[in-house]
Design a protein around this ligand. Structure first.
Ligand code: FRU
Length: 300
């Protein structure tokens, strides 16, 4: 008769342990849908989110990587909705294709934080990101200064459907419009990617015997352009400006230190701010509809 008793005791113990395990499931489930994890800046954003979320044991963050694919990102968010997330954080690959699913989540009363790249319309709780038009304008003013008001510029653009590419271009063009001696002679799209920027820059170099400055919408593309120019022995003839200013060995900060880039502008990932906002939203606080993060120029 002793055996069954201990078996029962064990079963009870197992039950207790099991329910304790279940109780450890966090009070709030957050889904973070990332546009891609192929770029160092996005890896930094995920790391920032994970580090800040650690301070909140009542919060579980689940991650999805859309791999630059709009359809995958829509599916990722649908999957989050099936898992009954309490809040969505999304950095959308492109604005238009991601707008309907974000709206759907928002209309289901799930708070939505949009990070860095925007969607269309207003169906989200809060947007967090730096002002890309202003960063573009700052880059334009710097270009005008470096060129002393005259010169031929190559602009290398990010993914056209992503709002920072639009805003960084418009801000830059507005700023240089005040300088009739500055011309944009070539403006290829390289989709934010270093390798694509390298091959686009090869075409620019072949087409133009003189290039005075390259403005790329992010640092990986600026470095790609620099490498292409260097391979042709022409890097000394022009200046390079990028955006992101990531710290660390492979970041834009180092590229400025190494003299590859004349300057870059810090584009904060907003990862910690997103978690801070999530905490406030889930506590029932009203938060601003737009949170603009600061930028800063990095030169030698
Ligand atoms: C990474 C990235 C950054 C850029 C940002 C714009 O995917 O291309 O380099 O600053 O996206 O959304």
């Amino acid at each position: 008769m002793r055996w069954p008793t201990s078996v029962a005791a064990l079963a009870i113990l197992a039950l207790i342990a099991g329910s304790c395990g279940r109780e450890r499931r966090a009070a709030h489930l957050i889904g973070f849908s990332q546009a891609n994890l192929g770029e160092p800046w996005r890896v930094a954003m995920n790391a920032e989110i994970a580090a800040r979320a650690k301070d909140h044991p009542d919060m579980d963050v689940i991650y999805a990587d859309a791999q630059q694919d709009n359809a995958k990102q829509v599916a990722d968010v649908e999957n989050f909705l099936r898992q009954k997330i309490d809040l969505l954080i999304i950095s959308p690959n492109e604005a238009k294709p991601l707008t309907p699913i974000v709206r759907r989540a928002f209309e289901q009363k799930i708070p939505v934080i949009v990070l860095d790249r925007e969607i269309e319309g207003d169906s989200y709780t809060t947007f967090i990101g730096a002002n890309n038009r202003e960063i573009g304008a700052e880059a334009g003013k710097l270009a005008a200064k470096l060129l002393a008001g005259t010169g031929d510029v190559v602009e290398i653009k990010g993914l056209p459907g992503s709002t920072p590419a639009r805003d960084r271009s418009e801000g830059f063009r507005e700023a240089i419009a005040a300088f009739p001696g500055i011309r944009i002679i070539h403006d290829p799209v390289a989709n934010w990617l270093r390798e694509e920027a390298m091959s686009q820059m090869e075409s620019a170099l072949a087409a133009h015997p003189r290039i005075d400055l390259v403005y790329a919408h992010n640092d990986p593309m600026a470095v790609g352009a620099y490498l292409a120019a260097k391979a042709k022995g022409r890097d000394g003839e022009m200046k390079f400006i990028g955006i992101d200013g990531l710290p660390g060995l492979d970041g834009g900060e180092q590229s400025v230190k190494d003299g590859k880039l004349a300057a870059t502008f810090v584009y904060p990932t907003g990862g910690s701010e997103a978690i801070d906002m999530a905490v406030r939203i889930l506590a029932g606080e009203a938060v601003p509809h737009r949170i603009t993060l600061p930028t800063r120029i990095i030169t030698k």
